[in-house]
Design a protein around this ligand. Structure first.
Ligand code: QUE
Length: 367
């Protein structure tokens, strides 16, 4: 477990706690908006088997000590640095992340994330598989990886591909954020409860109060989702088969007076063209894949992104130099050859694929 010095307190980046019938996983890397490091994921992964085995443990709660973020993503600077010096280590870190996502999906006790703030990227990957996903007023969801030359990973293509009316395609390609009302309508969160209630929820769960009755009783139905007025346009434009066709449909909509379409085009123009193409193909393929297969495909794609140009360049521009001026290569959608896209999806060398246990094997293991 990594310990970093805070202002007045030495606090681990992740704390595993126990209170009565409840175990807690606390995210405390506040200054980095709880961007998950490999060490943090390791701490979480190591705790899960002991939760499974403990007959006195009813429920697990994931929480953040940052008011701004549940988790704003993964520590992608770490991954890019390793990608240069020790690619095998970077690939192992991606594999460990996707294995953790699968472990959380297969974990069989009630698990509640209490999120009031940003939930992006890796943060989605540790919460979307929880049985109960509670959103406070400040909750924001995004999978913004096309902005850093990556793609929506952590298995979330499985969920995005199943959202109605191409909203998952819209979220995955643009990387745009939605608030909790829209996230609730889409089923990405299960309950909307004021952040000020989170401590009280924990106290009652520690007392083994039944979680469904507790959360259902506190849930406040939110207003209409913010995308409701735009659902028709999103469904029409993002149903196209290629990124080029999607942008053509958006351009036509913008020209015919749809104010929502032009800013989407502006956003897409800033994203990595390669990321856009691999993301669209990944989302389409995920429609007929189970989560375990999506995670294996995520791993292939992540390895190719590590070996390629745009991931390092995107992280440089967004998070290292912070100039927000990534120089993508290829620079234009039309320059991303089909062969380049195909190469991202090709099988890895024998023995190098991400081999996750089946769901039944996960249930049987309980180690
Ligand atoms: C797109 C992304 C990420 C991002 C910014 C983007 C992302 C991510 C982070 C991030 C945030 C805070 C940190 C950190 C990384 O920013 O995935 O190390 O402290 O993890 O535009 O996909």
């Amino acid at each position: 477990m990594t310990v970093s010095a805070g202002d007045d307190l030495l606090m681990a980046d992740v704390t595993i706690g126990r209170s009565g019938a409840m175990a807690t996983i606390g995210l405390n890397r506040v200054k980095a908006l709880n961007a998950l490091t490999t060490d943090m994921r390791e701490t979480i992964a190591a705790a899960i088997p002991s939760f499974s085995r403990d007959p006195n443990l009813y429920i697990v709660v994931l929480r953040s000590s940052s008011p701004k973020a549940f988790s704003a993503g993964g520590d992608v600077r770490e991954l890019v640095a390793w990608g240069r010096t020790d690619p095998a280590r970077a690939k192992a870190a991606f594999a460990a992340e996707y294995r953790l996502n699968w472990t959380l999906e297969c974990f069989s006790k009630p698990t509640v994330s209490l999120a009031d703030g940003l939930v992006m990227g890796s943060g989605v990957g540790i919460s979307i598989y929880n049985t109960h996903r509670v959103a406070g007023e400040g909750y924001r969801f995004a999978m913004p990886e096309t902005a850093i030359g990556l793609f929506p990973d952590v298995g979330v293509a499985h969920a995005l591909a199943r959202l109605p009316g191409e909203i998952g395609t819209y979220l995955g390609l643009t990387g745009r954020t939605i608030g909790r009302a829209e996230a609730f309508r889409l089923g990405l969160v299960t309950h909307c409860i004021a952040g000020s209630e989170f401590a009280g929820i924990e106290a009652q769960l520690a007392d083994a109060q039944p979680v469904d009755r507790l959360l259902d009783g506190m849930h406040q139905d939110p207003e209409t989702g913010e995308l409701a007025p735009h659902r028709g346009l999103i469904a029409d434009c993002f149903a196209a088969d290629t990124v080029e066709a999607i942008t053509e449909r958006l351009a036509r909509s913008a020209a015919s007076g749809h104010d929502f379409a032009a800013p989407i085009l502006t956003d897409l123009a800033k994203r990595s063209p390669t990321s856009l193409k691999i993301t669209l193909r990944h989302l389409r393929a995920a429609r007929t894949l189970d989560l375990r297969s999506v995670l294996a495909a995520d791993y292939r794609l992540a390895c190719r992104c590590l070996d390629g140009h745009d991931f390092a360049e995107g992280v440089r521009a967004a998070l290292i130099d912070k100039d927000n001026l990534p120089v993508w290569s290829p620079a234009r959608i039309t320059d991303v050859a089909q062969g380049m896209v195909d190469a991202h999806f090709a099988a890895l060398r024998p023995g190098e694929e991400l081999e996750l246990p089946t769901r039944a094997e996960m249930q049987a293991a309980r180690v």
